[in-house]
Design a binder for this molecule. Structure first.
Ligand SMILES: [Ca+2]
Ligand SMILES: [Ca+2]
Length: 569
């Protein structure tokens, strides 16, 4: 349906019926009043209670005869729709009316001696458009509108920096339209997920663990770390690596000599997308802001957890099987996925150059089933990692709280857009430093290295909040906003969904690395992710036209460098 055509038809009918109702000049008494009039709801139904209804009229829609009589009285065409509680009936208007017009029609109806009362069936929605979770005000700058002010209290307390969140994903007004639909499934192909974490457990669908038992040159079950190869449990068992393991296996060497705690990377990514609102998970650390809990971007969509990475990464063959499975395609020796994803998040990649035929084929196979969102990589290079560098994949670079490309974020011609990833800006100083909350993007993790018996050296265990910087987080923001858009307009093809996101960004801030005339011009995609613009584009204007997307894909992926820097509290 083309909504613009629809609206003009309504306006025309209305002008013919009530030409005197067009002026609103007499109500603009103050800003609030004028605003409320401009947002006058459109009414599609009328609620009517008859004084002496016939018995069948209490249980069935009003019949044609009764509907016609009421329509004549109301001066608008209505059709019986259903019987409702309270001995009343709902009628459908053949032409939608503005609320003020519907009220006049209702008043004419109420003047009918056979009608006890009549009222427009007004649209109702929740007023809760901001997460009640404490992290929203204290940490989630990455969700803010670009004109909002974030007051940064610093990680160790003290500072009170005030920063305009130019880099925010602009979610608040998107949330007033949707928090997502439970019919939309987003796959997170990653290290697995803590399935019982309170931020994600209500959203989890049956997933799968595609990490193979034997990944050369590492010992059997070393990468898997759950004691077996592929299985139906996508739980993240932890991916901690000891100093000894780093010394023994070069592939595990992250350049740091000490033991590395588990990243809980997949949980962080998943909770950025589906993190529940208002569930009051305590942060548990010192200082402990009571009731602190993170919020996700699309808390009512569902999560398909697919594990393809473990200790020291993973291999392309496992990731490719996970991609096909997530989209609902068959994979040998795995059960068919009964809840295929419409969006697949790949916060992973490798600097292995061009895409292999293996990945090209897999992405081609899923191209009309799901939008694939991928992180550009965290090597700070002017080239995009695989698989994000493949045509058709929505490649995401990252920007800071100030909306400036992050110094670690890979860029290149293949980038579709930029999203919040935190960190330090490219080519300039920032008011935000690594000791500030606003340096990181915040989501759910666990204390300590292991799941489920996860606790750290301070005895803290269970759900925690962690700050990441990286294109991983940026990709998750894009996947989640894509889920909001798809919740409103589920008929969008993957290519159309991609176009909505890419065509509704905000410009890169003038004078910064990605802006016109600067070193990164043309390498950072169309602009900064903007959830409000994207959601409004499908809410108000209907879906744009869009042809088939040539998802010719490539790929190569060997070892996955989800090089997010983790900050644990
Ligand atoms: Ca396993
Ligand atoms: Ca929460």
């Amino acid at each position: 349906m083309n909504f613009r055509v629809f609206v003009s038809v309504v306006v025309c009918s209305w002008a013919l019926l009530w030409p005197m109702q067009a002026a609103y000049s007499n109500v603009a008494l103050d800003g609030k009043r004028a605003k409320s009039v401009l947002k006058e709801p459109i009414i599609h139904q009328m609620i009517v209670k008859l004084r002496k209804p016939k018995a069948f009229e209490l249980v069935r829609p009003l019949d044609a005869e009764r509907s016609a009589a009421l329509s004549r009285r109301a001066g608008v065409q209505m059709t019986g729709f259903r019987a409702m509680s309270g001995d009343t009936s709902v009628l459908r208007l053949s032409v939608p009316l503005r609320l003020s017009q519907a009220r006049e029609a209702a008043a004419r109806l109420a003047a009918d001696p056979e009608v006890e009362y009549a009222e427009p069936d007004v649209p109702v929605r929740s007023y809760q458009v901001l997460p009640p979770d404490l992290a929203y005000t204290q940490r989630h700058w990455h969700y803010y509108a670009p004109t909002d002010l974030f007051i940064d209290r610093a990680l160790l307390g003290g500072g009170n920096k005030q920063v305009t969140t130019v880099g925010g994903a602009n979610l608040p007004s998107a949330w007033s339209r949707t928090l997502g639909s439970s019919s939309i499934v987003v796959a997170v192909i990653d290290t697995g997920v803590s399935l019982t974490h309170p931020e994600v457990q209500d959203a989890v669908l049956p997933g799968y663990d595609f990490v193979s038992a034997d990944i050369a040159p590492l010992p059997t079950n070393f990468v898997a770390n759950d004691g077996n190869g592929r299985d139906s449990d996508p739980t993240d068992p932890g991916d901690w690596v000891t100093a000894a393991e780093k010394a023994q296996y070069p592939v595990c060497d992250d350049g740091r000599p000490e033991d590395t705690a588990s990243s809980w990377h997949g949980t962080h990514i998943a909770a950025t997308i589906v993190g529940r609102w208002g569930n009051g998970v305590p942060i548990g650390s010192s200082p402990p802001p009571a009731g602190t809990s993170i919020a996700g971007i699309a808390p009512q969509v569902r999560l398909l957890p697919v594990r393809a990475l473990g200790k020291c990464g993973g291999v392309a063959s496992d990731v490719v099987d996970a991609i096909r499975w997530a989209a609902g395609l068959p994979v040998p020796n795995a059960p068919l996925n009964r809840t295929p994803a419409r969006i697949i998040n790949l916060s992973l990649g490798s600097q292995s150059g061009d895409c292999s035929t293996t990945f090209r084929n897999a992405l081609r196979d899923v191209s009309d089933r799901a939008l694939v969102v991928a992180a550009a990589g965290n090597e700070g290079l002017p080239s995009v990692s695989a698989p994000a560098n493949c045509p058709g994949v929505l490649a995401v670079t990252a920007h800071t709280i100030e909306g400036i490309n992050a110094d670690y974020a890979n860029v290149g011609r293949e980038i579709a857009l930029s999203a919040p990833g935190g960190g330090a800006p490219t080519g300039r100083n920032s008011v935000i430093e690594s000791t500030d909350i606003g340096y990181y993007t915040w989501s759910a993790v666990l204390f300590g290295p292991r799941e489920p018996e996860s606790f750290n050296q301070n005895g803290q265990r269970g759900p925690a909040i962690g700050g990441f910087t990286g294109t991983s987080s940026a990709a998750a923001h894009v996947a989640a906003v894509a889920a909001l858009v798809l919740s409103i307009e589920p008929a969008l093809s993957p290519a159309e969904l991609r176009a909505v996101l890419v065509e509704n960004t905000r410009p890169h801030p003038a004078g910064t690395y990605c802006a016109q005339g600067q070193a990164g011009a043309g390498l950072c995609g169309s602009g900064l992710l903007d959830a409000a613009h994207a959601v409004a584009a499908v809410s108000a204007a209907g879906r744009g036209g869009g042809g088939a997307l040539p998802l010719a894909q490539l790929f190569a992926l060997a070892l996955l460098a989800f090089a997010a820097r983790l900050r644990r509290r």
